[in-house]
Design a protein around this ligand. Structure first.
Ligand SMILES: [Zn+2]
Length: 94
């Protein structure tokens, strides 16, 4: 018998709190082919990505636990982390 699959929202794991959440509640941090890192607010940026909750707390957690470094398999520069934190704070405000 065919199983009925509901149209479930895909879940992704936040690299900060490690909880799986619907993709739309998360934001993608993208490393572009040029090596730039940004918050993918459009959801369409090219490159390697990691998902994180849309809040500054989870970003801080990801920085502290080196979740970002693990996700991108590199040491993310402090100035990049600072910029991402600022961008996230802006989003958090709404
Ligand atoms: Zn989170």
């Amino acid at each position: 018998m065919a199983t009925i699959t509901k149209n479930k929202t895909p879940q992704r794991k936040c690299i900060g709190c490690n909880e799986s959440k619907p993709k739309k509640e998360l934001i993608r941090i993208v490393k572009t082919p040029e090596g730039e890192m940004l918050l993918d607010t459009s959801g369409r940026a090219n490159g390697r990505g990691a998902y994180i909750c849309r809040n500054a707390d989870c970003l801080q957690k990801a920085i502290k636990t080196k979740g970002l470094n693990r996700a991108f398999k590199m040491n993310v520069d402090t100035d990049i982390l600072v910029r991402l934190s600022e961008e996230m704070a802006e989003l958090d405000k709404g």
